[in-house]
Design a protein around this ligand. Structure first.
Ligand SMILES: N[C@@H](CCC(=O)N[C@@H](CS)C(=O)NCC(=O)O)C(=O)O
Length: 216
């Protein structure tokens, strides 16, 4: 199977996680951010992740991919339960975290911005939603302060390092880890110890790299 992704895309991290959890081989295809033809050719619109199955059919939508792989390869490992209070916290942090992340993604040397036109495409498109990238970087302190306020509450909801609900890997982990993994590109975030342990444990279990060594 092949998985079409951007490295920075949290939905792509969701899809990559299930392959890591199950130790299933998958070929990752990093498309350029301005490549519209590849995704449109596969699923009729420009969006990743896309799973190209062995039978040649293409599947969009991260959670559909996760559930498909979980159900069809090996023993099912994910529970479907998501605690509403965790979903609320993910939404809360998700409402502002792109102001921290997007201006940093373009400075990390990611494979989806190899060409200048791919980089320009991303900056132009995302500036419409978050505003000027340089101005956002200048407001780091303000967004960091919000994040530092929210992280202790999130920490209370992480009941074990290797499974957020404390009982079994679940869709909660699929939703939570990509957000935390992307926040590792922000220098100066003080992750509460239980969150930091969760990030490192999930990275190992899923085989997904972190950005700590490149944080800006
Ligand atoms: N609901 C979709 C959302 C996927 C999504 O929004 N992907 C973004 C990247 S993070 C995308 O491909 N956006 C189009 C673009 O970059 O132009 C899923 O869960 O897979």
């Amino acid at each position: 199977m092949k998985l079409y992704v951007y490295d920075h895309c949290p939905y792509c991290v969701r899809a990559r996680m299930i392959f890591g959890f199950k130790q299933l081989p998958v070929e990752l295809v990093y498309i350029q951010n301005d490549d519209e033809a590849t995704p449109v050719g596969l699923i009729g619109k420009k969006a990743v992740p896309i799973l190209l199955k062995d039978d040649g059919s293409a599947m969009p939508e991260s959670l559909d991919i996760v559930r498909y792989v979980d159900q069809h390869y090996g023993e099912k490992c994910l529970s479907d339960q998501v605690r509403p209070e965790l979903e609320t916290m993910i939404k809360q942090i998700g409402s502002y975290y792109n102001h921290l992340l997007l201006p940093r993604f373009v400075q990390l040397g990611l494979p989806e911005y190899k060409t200048q036109s791919a980089l320009d495409y991303f900056v132009n498109k995302k500036s419409v939603s978050i505003g000027d990238f340089t101005e956002n970087l200048a407001q780091t302190e303000q967004y960091l302060a919000r994040l530092q306020q929210d992280l202790p509450m999130l920490e209370t909801l992480i009941l074990a390092g290797d499974k957020a609900n404390g009982q079994q890997l679940s869709i909660e982990d699929i939703m939570l880890f990509p957000m935390l993994r992307n926040l590792t590109c922000v220098k100066g975030v003080k992750f509460p110890s239980r969150i930091e342990n969760y990030i490192h444990t999930m990275a190992k279990l899923s085989g997904i790299d972190l950005y700590f060594d490149r944080a800006i």
